[in-house]
Design a protein. Sequence first.
Length: 245
Amino acid sequence: MTQLGLPDDIQACLFDLDGVVTKTAVVHAAAWKEMFDAFLRAREGDDVRPFGSDDYDQYVDGRPRADGVRTFLDSRGIHLPEGTPDDPPDAQTVHGLGNRKNELLLEKIRTDGVEAYEGTLRYLEAVRAQGLRTAIVSSSANCRDVLRSIGAEHFFDVRIDGVVAAERQLPGKPHPDTFLAAAHDLGVEPSQAAVFEDALAGMDAGRAGGFGYVVGVDRVGQTDALYAHGADVVVKDLAELGGKE
């Protein structure tokens, strides 16, 4: 293992954004809960239990926005029209609910701002100093703006986010396609790249893509689940992996 806590043959690192680089996973979870709870309260005859943390982990976390809506609604036996990506946030469609969630998320970010995990920023500095290539891989369409807000855009050679995935028609996590695209753009084989993820769907994507090393980042006490979904190692902070000068 290198001083970065990675196998010797790893040449690139692929980082998720929310929950790995930035402290926005909890903000996403709060926005999803507010949106879904309001939607469920207005329903009759359906399973209208409030949206919980298990729902977030199993059906929403790490997935593209519309996929998260579909997957959660399917778990409750609720079916809505797809609509279109430009549906207004009050539309009773899959995309309408997704847009309402994004509206709530941006309100929370504007109010409270965005913080980075200092351990991750230090680790990124060490990774770059060792000459490894880096990519940010996020389902968020707000990825670039969030990175700019914390002054971290320069850490990444490649960005595969919700905008790029839509342009290239890449299915999101738990499919490995966005991570595979990042490895391709960096010029490395999947076996030469390490994936850093906090979401169970991200673990599944890392394992399905045949990546050389999958690091689970446990911010919420789901270490066992991260291992069960394919992590090679689980840490609470990337500083635990090393990279200190």
